[in-house]
Design a protein around this ligand. Sequence first.
Ligand code: PLP
Length: 477
Amino acid sequence: MTKLIFEKSNGVDGINITDGDVELNCIDKKFQRNKSLNLPQMSELEVLRHYKELSDKNFCIEKGFYPLGSCTMKYNPKVNEMLASLDGFTELHPLNEDSDCQGSIELMYKLQEALKVITGMDAISLQPAAGAHGELSGMMVIKKYFEVNGELTRKKVIIPDSAHGTNPASASMCGFEIVEVKSNEKGLVDVESLKSVLDKDVAAIMMTNPNTLGLFEENILEISKLMHDNGSLLYYDGANFNAIMGYTNPKLMGFDVVHLNLHKTFSTPHGGGGPGAGPIGVVEKLKDYLPVPIADFDGEKYFMSYDFKHSIGKVRNFYGNFGVLVRAYAYILMLGKNLKHVSEDAVLNANYLKEKLKGRYDLPYDYPCMHEFVLSGERQKEQGVSTLWIAKRLMDENTHPPTVYFPLIVHEALMIEPTESENKERLDEYVSAMIKIADEIECDSSIALNSPMNAPVKKIDETLAARKIDLRYKNEE
Ligand SMILES: *Cc1c(COP(=O)(O)O)cnc(C)c1O
């Protein structure tokens, strides 16, 4: 195997530590290492240069526009970081007695209260560590609810064909059978199709509203009535809550269980597999089923409560991802009632871009959108350039590509979510870049097909990277 390009070790001793005071012969011979560990070695300065170089190759919101649809790559305020790094938070041990960490429990309690107001739900658990983890926990709540109520035949979960892939995955990990329901010509759940699959074996429907096309499901009240009349529950995928804050909430729409992605709407950093938080909220009758512990207050002191009769148990150790909770709480406190303006600006920005771009790219669902919209690269594909290469070409324009090929119901999809963070100048720059690329493709498809020009790698072999991933150091040995 050839030497890997990121292998930099040059054998130079990078540390300067004097011999320790541990007597080697106090370790039993059979446990002693008999050959060198063969770790990579470089000088301290070269190590720093290595990491700086890697971070320069990385793209982040501080570097440029990041309209990765459905991911809500908004600005992560630096004040969140300052607050999360206060000693009182970072030096707390999760096994401390409640009496020794009153401030942290109070913060969690108040975050739960704020999320209750924002979602309209009656109780919140902050335990799940990601959106998909929230979905799984929420579906476990639904499953247990029907078990406790003796409705054991409710084994089906209805999911629209526009749903995020995690929805069917979570429901099926819970043992549910997935029933797909089609979208209509307006990109919304088709109510007649829904009626045709609704029977007494249906436990729930999982919906995203606004859906992944960025469209508001305007029949939601009719749908929730249909479901409830059938004795079924409604699950709300609130990963993308950025469009509705302060205007409506899942409770008003008739939902029973909700998850939120604090690492999207509530401005905590994400990407690269870092920590997230996917709290779930439920209506009163499902309160006893939530994962524990939940922060509570008895009028005098704060405590972590485990006292829930039908709890699905623990889904995460200790308090969940506490540092993420601190950042999200800081964001909510900073904005207060102005969270409403976040949604206004996010929706305005998305509609502005949509209107500016729809003449040059196909827009399969031409309606006012919410926080995002989905174009199709069909026209450009006919000119020899598929959506993948439009995305690659955008990387030369100092922007992150949009989400591509999702949702599945749009061919050659380009899913664009500007968020509220961007000003008009940035949006206009993006419009110019998108139009320039459309112009280029009309004249000469080879430019896009040879992009990106400035990135370190043109196109990785995604199949190989996913199937044969090998992260071991020095794999040739
Ligand atoms: C991001 C997202 C999820 C999953 O969230 P993770 O934190 O990545 O697990 C689920 N549904 C929708 C609509 C999303 O956009």
